[in-house]
Design a protein around this ligand. Structure first.
Ligand SMILES: Cc1ncc(COP(=O)(O)O)c(C=O)c1O
Length: 383
């Protein structure tokens, strides 16, 4: 069987590769995946079970069940100040499918998408799946804020979209209002559409989260959300896309052909989550805030690494450049020698080979144990 060129354009993510390799060892401390170990809250699970018992197990409308679309619109209206209705929302199979479909809606082969880096790997991969060109904007100022002049310099006649991801995976940075305003203005001036990936919006610890949608022309912005991280629902696969009704209507047509709809019980579960959002999200956020501290404390005296305290998410992006190892070698050796799995910075763009990402989706004991082994590994590099 001869595979298509398109199928070869996508490489597996480096984090998953490391995870696969780690299966050969016992007792690995695994910091690789952004997949919380915390169970989905009971109330959310109960809503799904109820929906199954009530036989709500058939296809739903392609755009999602009406009450969920309405609830997402109400929640986003509150956040952005925009008057949104269910027509502005489509429910998808996680934000990943939403992003894929939205790229498909706008991109022709050869178009360019500027992705503000560092960026999770699936974003450029989905651009490639449209035969378009991902351009990672990989120059930043203090605290991983994008360099706006550099961003401007990357714009060409083929640039169709700029992708913003704040709070950011992998740095945990929340962009301040001024940065978001500058990005929105840049997009507006150049007639470029802005994609705002906001899947970590509810996992903000210190700085308030603001959506870039505040400063965008309504016709120029597409926002992505997800139940995955906020409510520990990664495996349920529910996300959403928010934009103008004419865009959403066409996107739903595409969804109808790609997947028909998101799983019905998952949508009922997500409805329970979003209609009691703070009740479910607050304890999850508190857990990650506490874990962030555990990890920062455990790593603080480790030589040759540097990191900033993340404002949000459950990721710590660590500068390992002083060890003299590139990120793949660092990760391979750390796994072989200390049985700790972390994600190489290279996964987030070529410019980030001097970093590794640690997901603190582990309990406190494992965080301390993992940090201790990382320290032992780095100390062993001198001997
Ligand atoms: C920045 C970012 N966007 C989107 C996603 C996809 O989330 P979902 O589980 O909703 O598909 C992830 C998953 O890790 C992510 O890190």
């Amino acid at each position: 069987m001869e595979l298509s060129e398109l199928s070869w354009s996508i490489r597996g993510t480096l984090g998953r590769k490391l995870l696969k390799k780690s299966l050969q060892y016992e007792g690995v401390v695994d910091f690789t995946l952004g997949d919380p170990d915390i169970p989905t809250p009971d109330g959310i699970c109960d809503a799904a079970i109820r929906s199954i018992r009530e036989h709500k197990t058939r296809y739903t409308a392609a755009g999602g069940i009406a009450p969920l679309r309405e609830a997402v619109a109400a929640s986003m209206s509150e956040e952005t100040g925009l008057p949104l209705t269910a027509e502005n929302v489509a429910i998808t199979i996680g934000a990943t499918e939403a992003i894929h479909l939205a790229f498909r809606m706008l991109l022709n082969p050869g178009d360019e998408v500027i992705i503000i880096g560092p960026s999770w790997a699936q974003c450029p991969n989905n651009v490639l799946l449209c035969r378009a060109v991902p351009v990672i904007a990989d120059r930043f100022t203090e605290g991983f804020l994008p360099d706006i002049d550099y961003l401007r310099s990357l714009i060409t006649g083929r640039t169709k979209i700029i992708v913003v991801n704040s709070p950011n995976n992998p740095t945990g940075t929340v962009y301040p209002k001024e940065t978001l305003q500058a990005i929105a203005q840049l997009a507006q001036e150049n007639g470029i559409c802005l994609f705002s990936d906001e899947v970590y919006a509810s996992l903000t610890f210190d700085k308030p989260f603001v959506s870039v949608a505040h400063w965008c022309d309504r016709d120029n912005i597409v926002v992505f959300g997800s139940a995955s991280k906020s409510f520990c629902m990664t495996g349920w696969r529910v996300g959403c896309v928010i934009s103008e009704p004419h865009f959403i209507k066409r996107l739903i047509k595409m969804q109808e052909n790609v997947a028909i709809c998101a799983a019905a019980p998952s949508q009922w579960a997500a409805l329970e989550a979003i209609t009691h959002a703070e009740e479910y999200a607050a304890p999850i956020r508190d857990t990650f805030r506490a874990r962030r501290q555990v990890l920062l404390d455990a790593l603080k005296d480790t030589p040759k690494i540097r990191f900033c305290c993340p404002d949000a998410t459950f990721y710590l992006f660590v500068d390992i450049s002083q060890t003299g190892l590139d990120s793949l070698t660092f990760c391979d050796r750390l796994l072989d020698e200390q049985h700790v799995a972390v994600t190489p910075g290279l996964s987030f763009g070529d410019a980030f080979d001097g970093y590794i990402r640690l997901a603190f989706t582990l309990n406190d004991d494992l965080l301390r144990e993992g940090a201790c082994r990382i320290r032992q590994f780095i100390e062993s590099l001198n001997s």
